[in-house]
Design a protein around this ligand. Structure first.
Ligand SMILES: [Zn+2]
Length: 620
């Protein structure tokens, strides 16, 4: 997934009794494991619910086990049945525990006879945390309603009862009915030519963890972008999306050259309405992506590199618990850089690595010590909270360090071998380290010490000798920014005509947090950043302008916040506004209008920002 920095959905403290291999799941995989899921669902737009049944194939591990424990959140369960090997159904009793704020409701199904399968008949609620239901007005084309899921981290349980832990992998099939005019797609092989007959079937033959379970339905057109790739998007968006993503096959081929064959057959991309809370989500076979990367010049397609990279780092080899998420996101951010370099050149890859490293250097000191570690103590970290910049940017920095010390001749085959060795498994940090020690550190002595590895993985902060790429273009921007701030260079004389998105991001990222108002006004007079359609630039620009007290940008900032529900691009503006009482009042007005278009996760994050601001004010 990318990118969710500064996700403000509160830190949850888990009771000590909940601590297990995966503290974010009630499942007891040492007793019984789900190996396959058959879904049969009806998509009901008027009621904003999924209605149907989930049949779980079980592998009983413990002869003494008496029950199957599943994760659920806000599911209405009608009945549960055991299905024996001949297909005969018999009712099972069950208990649904009271709802835990973070984990949902533990579902305990009494099954002492160890049935081969268990079937749960259920309905979701309109506020299911893993689903968003959009009215036609909230879509680009405004014709049909739209729905999509976002299961990572622990939201699959809000639309399917299952063992919702990345440690447990299963295959799945699904039969989904929907209104006749919508297209349904899932994180499985999709048939681009499927008739709009309201009756869809899917098969995911590879074992996946629950957070990769995904579904969408809406007014979706399809356009091929290569021999094994297509773009799914609303009809008015699909051509633009196909153009932006026309390099998809090149990206797949480049990754295969580095790390071996793409294991999943097709790689399709779905462009969601702007309320999608993330940049992208690596749902197998069908990446879900934000429309905010459709800027017309392919400058933000590193998002595709990132989500595609997950087909190796993550979907193929993922972390066994959320605490180990850096094995997923750090490796992916590293691979993303290698794909970008192979297809778009080293200069751009270095710029992106520097942007992320500089941003991490700036933010890491303010984080709690535990959150600064690649492998934090799991106690007290919420599943969604574990997705800060640290696993992404510190994780990839660690791998770039290893690459630099060993050289690509050694490191590339090592990484390829690692993906092969752990393919279709979910592993812990310690399993990864055992493999690293045997196959790299001990095999090629004298390059990296075990103490250094421990410092990267288990200590807060960034090791002092962490290498940074050199970017002549960024160096020149640093110099120009300094001169401009010192009054030695007019804003109009900045050499910014040819700056790409990343170079603008870098210029803005390193302006002082409270830049003087006259400097902000000079930049805007020369370069007209207010009203930019590029949301990466807009997010940075408005944050600075609001902080500097430039009320001229408020209405354009409000438009940005209303148009875009992506957490990473919208929450910084709320954070900038709430610093003054007048800004807070204005942001609350904006939110009142924007809320209906936001995903539940974005709503929760914004409301948390307001609550914290008011609490801070009350303290003063
Ligand atoms: Zn990711």
């Amino acid at each position: 997934m990318r990118l969710i920095s500064a996700l403000a959905v509160g830190a949850f403290t888990l009771p000590l009794t909940a601590f297990a291999a995966d503290p974010h799941s009630y499942a007891q995989p040492d007793q019984v494991r789900v190996t396959h899921l058959d879904l049969d669902l009806k998509i009901d737009f008027p009621l904003k619910q999924l209605d149907g049944q989930a049949t779980l194939k079980l592998d009983w591990k413990d002869a003494k086990a008496k029950s199957l424990v599943l994760d659920t959140r806000d599911l209405k369960i009608a009945k549960i049945e055991a299905i024996d090997t001949k297909g005969k159904a018999s009712a099972l009793t069950f208990a649904l525990a009271p709802r835990d704020k973070e984990l949902g409701s533990k579902l305990t199904i009494n099954a002492p006879s160890h049935p081969a399968q268990v079937r749960i008949v259920y309905t979701t609620v309109p506020t299911a945390s893993g689903l968003q239901w959009l009215t036609p007005e909230q879509t680009a084309d405004k014709k049909l309603p739209f729905m999509f899921s976002q299961s990572e981290s622990i939201h699959a349980r809000s639309w399917v009862p299952l063992q919702d832990s990345p440690a447990i992998r299963f295959t799945y099939t699904a039969h989904v009915t929907a209104p006749k005019d919508v297209r349904v797609a899932m994180s499985a092989i999709n048939d681009a030519k499927h008739a709009l007959d309201g009756d869809f079937s899917f098969n995911q033959p590879h074992p996946i963890p629950s957070y990769l379970l995904a579904i969408t339905a809406g007014d979706l057109a399809v356009k091929e972008t290569g021999p094994r790739s297509a773009v799914y998007a609303e009809p008015s968006v699909v051509d633009k999306a196909a153009h932006e993503f026309e390099d998809t096959e090149k990206l797949i081929a480049a990754t295969e050259k580095l790390y071996g064959p793409y294991a999943w057959d097709r790689y399709d991309l779905l462009v969601l309405p702007p309320s999608f809370p993330f940049g992208g989500m690596e749902n197998p076979n069908m990446t879900f992506a934000t429309p905010t990367v459709l800027v017309g010049d392919k400058s933000l397609v590193s998002l595709v590199s990132h989500e595609l990279a997950h087909s190796w780092s993550g979907n193929l080899v993922t972390s066994a618990a959320w605490r180990d998420i850096w094995l997923n996101e750090g490796f992916t951010t590293y691979v993303q850089g290698r794909i970008t370099e192979a297809v778009y050149g080293k200069a751009l890859a270095d710029e992106e690595a520097l942007l992320s490293a500089r941003a991490l250097q700036k933010s890491i000191g303010a984080m709690p010590e535990n959150a600064q570690k690649l492998a934090p103590e799991p106690h007290g970290i919420g599943a969604d909270d574990s997705l800060s910049e640290v696993p992404y940017d510190k994780g990839s920095w660690f791998l770039r360090t290893l690459e630099q010390r060993y050289g690509r001749d050694v490191f590339d085959p090592y990484l390829k071998g690692y993906f092969n060795h752990f393919a279709f498994q979910s592993i812990t940090t310690e399993q990864m380290l055992d493999y690293l020690k045997a196959n790299l550190i001990d095999k090629y002595p004298g390059k990296v010490s075990w103490d250094e590895v421990n410092e990267w993985v288990y200590k807060p902060g960034i090791p002092k000798n962490a290498p940074l790429p050199d970017s002549p273009r960024f160096n020149s921007i640093d110099k120009q920014r300094d001169d401009f701030l010192a009054g030695k260079l007019d804003a109009a004389k900045l050499d910014a005509k040819g700056w790409n998105t990343q170079e603008w991001m870098y210029f803005l990222d390193r302006l002082p947090d409270a830049a003087p108002l006259d400097k902000i006004k000079q930049i805007d007079a020369a370069w007209h950043l207010t009203g930019t359609p590029n949301a990466e630039i807009g997010m940075r620009w408005y944050s600075h302008a609001i902080a500097a007290g430039n009320k001229d940008v408020w209405s354009a900032a409000a438009e940005h916040m209303t148009r875009i529900g992506r957490l990473y691009l919208t929450t910084p503006l709320y954070k900038a506004f709430v610093k003054t009482p007048e800004g807070l009042a204005y942001a609350e007005q904006v939110y009142a209008k924007a809320k209906a278009g936001y995903h539940p996760l974005t709503q929760a994050a914004v409301e948390d920002i307001f609550a914290k601001a008011k609490k801070a004010k009350a303290k003063k």
